[in-house]
Design a binder for this molecule. Structure first.
Ligand code: PMV
Length: 337
């Protein structure tokens, strides 16, 4: 007999201060705090349906139509953490079947693990009646996933405690604070990336000479400054810090042994184009940021969208250009039970 069935969806978040490096691999505790903007539900998102039934003999998960190994450590950690806080279904023998779909390329540096684990944890929490903060559970699935639990601008506090209980996501400003902010995503390449973020950050933490300064000085200063810029809707400072942090993150990757390169020629062309355009305009009109892949995410105020989009269409007539509006709306949501 089916005991419960729930569908939820959760959007991607795009970091402006990047998370890169862990101090605890098992609990996924970061070496630095990070900050991102969450997209809208209607844009890049994961939709997950979970059915709990007495008839299932084992837990199972399908991702974009392909069966995955539910015994993988991260799935198991998430399931255990949720079930340990369950207020529903504990008295019934049952298993869950999980079906998850992304409406965008998986693992191409478009933060699919963020929306994926956020959605998985949120839907499980609905099924099992888990109350209170669940961003810490999303974190043990995939670090950046904790930030997708909230809309607007969200920081992931690195925390200090060994058990990770203070390493959680906190909303910096709600969606309604800066509704004029938009994001354009230029999908440069939708192939799966060669170096996973898990592997990449492990190698960088161990070998990049830039890591120490980045974690001790650069990121704490930028976190403070960008939070202030968001509060004041100061796009000049916001854009400046966003581009600097993206550049530094890729510099950390390049100074890792062996070097990791996520950007390609098109990514670098876009970076140069944006710098030239901002310089000619005499102000920061748009700001790029690149995660662990070559695809460009461009933050910009609504008033600049038309001009910037036409610039890209001129330079990349054949490119897949998508604009995503980050304005005020609900974030993670329950679609149906
Ligand atoms: O959460 P992970 O393991 O997918 O790592 C994400 C790392 C970056 O996307 C490069 C940066 C970030 O803060 O999202």
């Amino acid at each position: 007999m089916v005991l419960a069935s729930i569908t939820c969806s959760a959007p991607v978040n795009i970091a402006v201060i990047k998370y890169w490096g862990k101090r605890d691999e098992k609990l996924i505790l970061p070496l630095n705090s990070s900050l991102s903007g969450t997209l809208h539900q209607d844009d890049l998102k994961t939709t997950t349906t979970i059915v709990a039934s007495e008839d299932y003999t084992e837990d199972a998960i399908w991702l974009n139509g392909k069966k995955e190994d539910i015994n993988a450590t991260r799935y198991q950690n998430v399931l255990k953490a949720i079930r340990s806080r369950a207020t529903k279904l504990q008295d019934k023998k049952h298993c869950v079947h999980i079906v998850s779909i992304n409406n965008f390329p998986t693992a191409a540096g478009l933060a699919s693990s963020a929306s994926g684990y956020c959605c998985l944890v949120y839907t499980l929490a609905q099924i099992y009646g888990v109350d209170g903060d669940i961003s810490g559970i999303a974190r043990i699935g995939s670090g950046s996933a904790c930030r997708s639990m909230y809309g607007g601008f969200v920081k992931w506090e690195m925390g200090e405690k060994e058990d990770g209980s203070d390493s959680i996501a906190v909303q910096v400003q709600p969606e309604s604070h800066w509704p004029e902010m938009n994001i354009i995503v230029l999908v440069v390449n939708d192939k799966k990336k060669e170096t996973s973020s898990t592997d990449g950050m492990q190698k960088s933490a161990a070998t990049s000479p830039m890591m120490k300064e980045r974690c001790a000085v650069t990121v704490p200063t930028r976190m403070r400054d960008i939070e202030e810029a968001i509060k004041n809707k100061d796009f000049q400072t916001f854009g400046d810090i966003t581009m600097k942090d993206s550049d530094d993150f890729h510099e950390v990757c390049a100074t890792t042994t062996p070097a990791i390169y996520y950007l390609n020629d098109t990514s670098r062309y876009i970076m140069n184009l944006i710098h030239r355009y901002n310089k000619l305009s005499g102000s920061v009109k748009c700001a790029y940021t690149f995660d662990a892949g070559p695809n460009a995410c461009i933050y910009l105020p609504e008033e600049n969208v038309v001009e910037v989009l036409s610039l890209f269409i001129k330079h990349f007539p054949d490119q897949d250009l998508s604009t995503y509006y980050r304005g005020p709306k609900e974030n993670v949501e329950k679609i149906q039970s």
